[in-house]
Design a protein around this ligand. Structure first.
Ligand SMILES: C[S@@+](CC[C@H](N)C(=O)[O-])C[C@H]1O[C@@H](n2cnc3c(N)ncnc32)[C@H](O)[C@@H]1O
Length: 251
């Protein structure tokens, strides 16, 4: 039997590919990985369009109860749906490795990801450096790694895509505003000129859907309303004149 890993795109039920839909239709069990991203439509919309009941696979299920998914896939065709594209998280790769170790056939059906759809802002995808993410700070856990990644990319003239943490169950999301606030807080203690109120940034929301993009100084985007999640942030590196022109669309 086959475990299908299927990217379902960024926005709504209709972003699945034809190949993906055909695979879903023949699967007995359909899991939706529901913690690394969200769509702009409720799960019922997917169920209606796919004609299948969807089992939500949260972080605990994917990381701890992978055995259940694999046990299903040993006996039946199983779809594991991932919002965006399929290999955005280590746990997805782990799932495939474990399936293969059990002799389960795996098939991969790709889709658009935030990692390439972000090209809509007009920055050259090849000129992005390491991607980083801003997590929610917790008691005793306030990492600053993302600041160092931005610094490293800037030194090489590269753009930085900054993903923003999400807790879908609690409906909590790091917004562009919050991301900038955290960066300014770190910048005020470092004082190394990597980031300040006047740093030009690109704030993005709901790419692939009713997207909203704004290019401006950090201090201005700090209070700009980007609307519903998901959000992400770009700190541009050295700009080619075409990139400069493209960014003007969003000023
Ligand atoms: C782990 S990534 C999701 C990877 C996903 N599998 C993919 O291929 O797009 C999740 C983060 O990416 C960003 N993101 C994902 N989709 C987005 C979208 N449509 N618009 C803006 N940001 C998005 C958000 O910062 C979100 O918290």
């Amino acid at each position: 039997m086959t475990l299908y890993l299927i990217g379902i795109g960024l926005n709504d039920e209709k972003d699945i590919t034809l190949k993906g839909l055909e695979a879903v239709k023949k699967c007995k069990y359909v899991y939706l990985e529901s913690y690394t991203s969200i769509l702009q439509v409720p799960v019922i919309k997917l169920e209606e369009f796919y004609g299948k009941k969807i089992i939500l696979a949260d972080r605990l299920m994917v990381e701890k109860r992978t055995n259940d998914i694999l046990a299903d896939a040993k006996e039946n065709d199983v779809a594991f749906l991932v919002i965006g594209d399929i290999f955005g998280a280590t746990t997805h790769i782990d799932l495939v490795l474990r399936a293969k170790a059990l002799g389960i056939n795996c098939e991969f059906i790709h889709n658009a990801s935030i990692m390439n759809a972000i090209g809509v802002v007009g920055l050259e995808l090849y000129k992005f450096g390491k991607t980083t993410s801003i997590p929610f700070p917790e008691k005793g856990f306030k990492p600053e790694t993302y600041y160092d990644v931005i610094k490293m990319n800037k030194e090489m003239g590269l753009h930085t895509l900054v993903l923003l943490d999400l807790r879908p169950v609690e409906q909590r999301f790091v917004t562009v505003n919050l991301g900038i606030q955290y960066l300014l807080e770190i910048a005020s203690t470092r004082g190394d000129g990597v980031f300040d109120e006047n740093t030009m940034v690109v704030g993005c929301a709901r790419i692939g859907g009713d997207f909203h993009i704004k290019y401006g100084k950090a201090k201005d985007l700090l209070t700009h309303d980007f609307g519903k999640p998901l959000h992400c942030l770009i700190i541009p590196g050295k700009l080619h004149f075409i990139e400069e022109e493209a960014l003007k669309q969003w000023e």
